[in-house]
Ligand binder design. Sequence first.
Ligand SMILES: Cc1cc2nc3c(=O)[nH]c(=O)nc-3n(C[C@H](O)[C@H](O)[C@H](O)COP(=O)(O)O)c2cc1C
Length: 302
Amino acid sequence: MDIKKFYYLYFKVRDEAKDVILKEAELSEEEYARFEGELAEEVSLIKSERSNLTAIGADFVHYTRYIYESAPDTAKGVIRPDAVSPWSGEILQLPAVGVIDKPEMKLWDAIEKRRSLRSYADKALTQAELSFLLWSTQWVRDFRSNEKVEVAFRNVPSAGARHPFETWLLINKVDGIRPGLYYYHPIKHGLVLFKEGAELAETVCHASLDQEMVKTSAVTFIWVAIPKRTTWRYSQRGYRYLYIDAGHVGQNLHLAAEAIDSGACMIGAYYDEGMNEILGLDGKDSFVIYMASLGKRIPPEA
Ligand SMILES: Cc1cc2nc3c(=O)[nH]c(=O)nc-3n(C[C@H](O)[C@H](O)[C@H](O)COP(=O)(O)O)c2cc1C
């Protein structure tokens, strides 16, 4: 879904006047007329659904209590999900975790210094720094697989060690890596090119509700949730854990960023349809759950 369509729907279902919609969605008269015809059904569906959703958050907490638990797939003999999605393609190998320099910042200082950073120096990250950030967040340190269960252990905690995330990167400025969108392979510790092009920063920025830091970042992390990995064991309650797990990943990224004279800003404000479309996700079996822009600190003025 492109951003104009998103904004048209957003304001239309709130009964905004035509002139407001034209302005907010940056539409021409022709585009407006076309959307009026093409999207009429979608507008009425969203409007009717919206009116029933006022308690969705409270309902979610209520109905994911253990008292309502249904038998998870593990108990029904459903085949185990992969702990890491099979992914083919040429691997751009990152410097191995064992050979990169360990940053010297004390944990105390990293916690104390951490702030959301939204302006970055026009400076590239090194591949060793990117390797360190990925090690901190989603690298697989131990992987066990058999017919019944497949499990990965990473440097962040995850409910039941289900680790429901995959990492995608929008790379703008990393030494020796061409700008574009990449999939991170957490066992091989390398990147697989998904789409190349500096202009992708603009596309991801739009989908992140035009937050400029996406464009000026050295790299923007995009975490994709595969809910099946967690619901296989925890049923619907597993959805709670997805969001909790994501927080751990974000915090490790924040602290790791501080240790390499960089800063990060978490991003929860993006329109789901746009981000999912960029990565070719269906929004149900896999969807973007969290993002973070990251870049080098602007040196203080002398
Ligand atoms: C779940 C979550 C989503 C967030 N989404 C955004 C965002 O979309 N844009 C943004 O500028 N900051 C975002 N932030 C950053 C918060 O605004 C920030 O953490 C807060 O203002 C406190 O400031 P501090 O991080 O510097 O302590 C997000 C933070 C979290 C934890």
